[in-house]
Design a protein around this ligand. Structure first.
Ligand SMILES: NC(=O)c1ccc[n+]([C@@H]2O[C@H](COP(=O)([O-])OP(=O)(O)OC[C@H]3O[C@@H](n4cnc5c(N)ncnc54)[C@H](O)[C@@H]3O)[C@@H](O)[C@H]2O)c1
Length: 350
């Protein structure tokens, strides 16, 4: 990511890269009148977390883009006094105090999915649009989930660790085939559906539980949560964390799972009661868990990390170059759409 403030650009100079597609950005690139220099001031866009270079190039072609580190609140407050847009990832906390310092702000762009770090209620009250990129990392999370399911069934991380320690313990790491076994998906939204498609290709029978979604979907069977937990060989979570879902998978639910089953959570920490999961895994029911997310991140000295039947990752679901590029493109396009009144030249300006 570029740091420091680039020189102000009082006029628009747009360079069209014909061999690239920018999704939502394309209308702006395609508008021929924007290709010419004009004299209206460029909207000021503060970028306070790292964004892909391609996204920055698109923004810079029509806006005055200023970089800073969003964790530096003083610098953020100062930069926001004349900003028209603020673009963040998860590193910048956009709370009421930040929004208070931004009298001209039209839009907050979150280059990703979760809006946990943006005070959307205050933004709405002030008439500031909040835009994100909801589908940008769906495939990345689904693919990581597939990886964790396979890693669980074949003890991949424990076996690799043991070999690194100089051991050759083959029989101990005998796993199970996924074909013919049952996958239970809790939360049948964007990620859940992509996981279902991929795991059906492994010849798994797929169950799904989602009180709010239509699950009439090919070979996917809708079930209640208890039945799903009791009959699945792998249970994978793909629902949001809300006051209603926090602790949804607790001691009672874990006790319903088969002793041979695995639990995978690439959704949000806190949906699973971690103390109950630690106890259950120590007792061997379920057989193991693969966790990309934790109630507190980083999880510090969580006892879960010390268990041999846990595969733990540092919240990597969305961490692919592809997802980040997609999120950057989508959010840049939406931010530019919100700034359109400032970008459109008057009939005489061009
Ligand atoms: N690990 C990562 O890096 C990463 C990245 C992106 C998203 N996520 C998380 O993955 C999860 C799924 O994301 P998505 O894009 O598929 O969301 P989505 O909104 O498309 O789908 C979520 C689904 O959960 C369902 N749901 C809500 N409450 C439920 C309940 N009590 N029981 C069962 N289902 C319930 C909803 O009806 C919806 O269909 C979210 O928690 C999201 O925060 C994690």
């Amino acid at each position: 990511m570029e740091r420091g403030f680039p020189e102000n650009q009082p006029t628009v100079r747009l360079v069209l890269k014909t061999n690239q597609t920018f999704g939502l950005v394309e209308p702006f690139l395609a508008a021929p009148h924007l290709l010419k220099e004009r004299s209206v001031p460029s909207p000021i866009v503060i970028v306070s977390d790292a964004l892909p270079g391609e996204t920055l190039a698109v923004l810079k072609s029509t806006c005055d883009v200023r970089h800073l580190d969003g964790r530096d609140r003083k610098a953020l407050f100062a930069a926001l006094t004349d900003a028209d847009a603020l673009i963040v990832r998860s590193g910048t906390r956009v709370d009421a105090e930040v929004l208070d310092r931004a009298p001209r702000l039209r839009v907050v762009g979150r280059a990703g999915v979760g809006l946990d770090n943006v005070d959307t209620i205050t933004a709405a009250a002030r008439g500031i649009a909040v835009v994100n990129a909801p589908g940008s990392n769906t495939v990345s999370v689904a693919e990581l989930t597939v990886g964790l399911i396979v890693a669980s069934a074949r003890h991949i991380t424990a076996a690799a660790r043991s070999l690194e320690d100089g051991q050759w313990r083959r029989s101990e790491f005998a796993g199970v085939e996924l074909a013919g076994r049952t996958l239970g998906i809790v939360g049948y939204g964007r990620v859940g559906r992509q996981v279902a498609r991929r795991m059906a290709a492994f010849d798994m029978r797929v169950l799904a539980h989602d009180p709010y979604a239509d699950i009439a979907d090919g070979d996917v069977h809708a079930t209640g949560l208890d039945e799903l937990l009791a009959t699945s060989d792998v249970v994978t979570l793909h629902l949001p964390r809300t006051p209603g879902t926090a602790g949804l998978i607790g001691a009672r639910e874990l006790s319903l799972m088969k002793p041979t089953a695995y639990l995978v959570n690439t959704a949000r920490g806190g949906i699973v009661d971690e103390s109950a999961l630690t106890r259950a895994l120590r007792e061997g029911r379920p057989a193991g868990a693969a966790l990309d997310v934790f109630a507190t991140e980083p999880p510090g000295s969580s006892p879960l990390l010390a268990l041999p039947n846990v595969v733990a990752l540092p919240h990597l679901g969305a961490s692919t170059h592809d997802a980040q590029l997609r999120a950057g493109r989508e959010v840049a396009g939406k931010v530019l759409a919100e700034l359109a009144p400032l970008l459109s030249p008057s009939p005489t300006a061009v």
